[in-house]
Write a protein of this length. Structure first.
Length: 139
């Protein structure tokens, strides 16, 4: 099956430890995760293979969106793999140092091309609105 994946890349003028912390520590992650206008509450983040990640995204319209994922693979400062439920997809996030910068390569693999397209439209709208799926705040 083709056209089931989506990839987002970003390069940051930050060391890899800082970017890793922004992605893996709830006190940082809650500050940037989700669409523009949303806030996030991290209920659980057990960062190990088999560990559960539960969060709620709070929409500007007052609606709450529960999210649940299971971590599949964690290689500190290199790789995060998790399975997300509802909608179902697998995510791989790779961290790589390049000179004095860090590149993040985020790939999502969806069950169907249709689900990928649905998510692509949502993500494109979020990016156009100015909120990215990669950290943009200073930490």
């Amino acid at each position: 099956m083709k056209n089931r994946s989506m990839q987002i890349k970003g390069t940051f003028k930050a060391n890899i430890q800082l970017l890793w912390d922004i992605w893996t520590k709830p006190e940082h992650l809650k500050n940037w995760w989700g669409p523009k206008g949303f806030s996030a509450t991290i209920h659980k983040m057990d960062l190990q293979a088999g560990g559960e990640w539960k969060l709620t995204l709070h929409g500007p319209d007052g609606k709450d969106y529960a999210n649940r994922s299971i971590f599949k693979e964690i290689i500190p400062l290199e790789k995060i793999v998790f399975e997300h439920f509802n909608p179902h997809f697998f995510t791989t996030v790779l961290f790589e140092t390049q000179n004095e910068e860090t590149q993040i390569n985020w790939t999502m693999l969806f069950d169907t091309p249709e689900m990928r397209e649905t998510m692509f439209v949502s993500i494109r709208e979020i990016v156009i609105a100015g909120r990215h799926f990669l950290p943009t705040k200073q930490f």
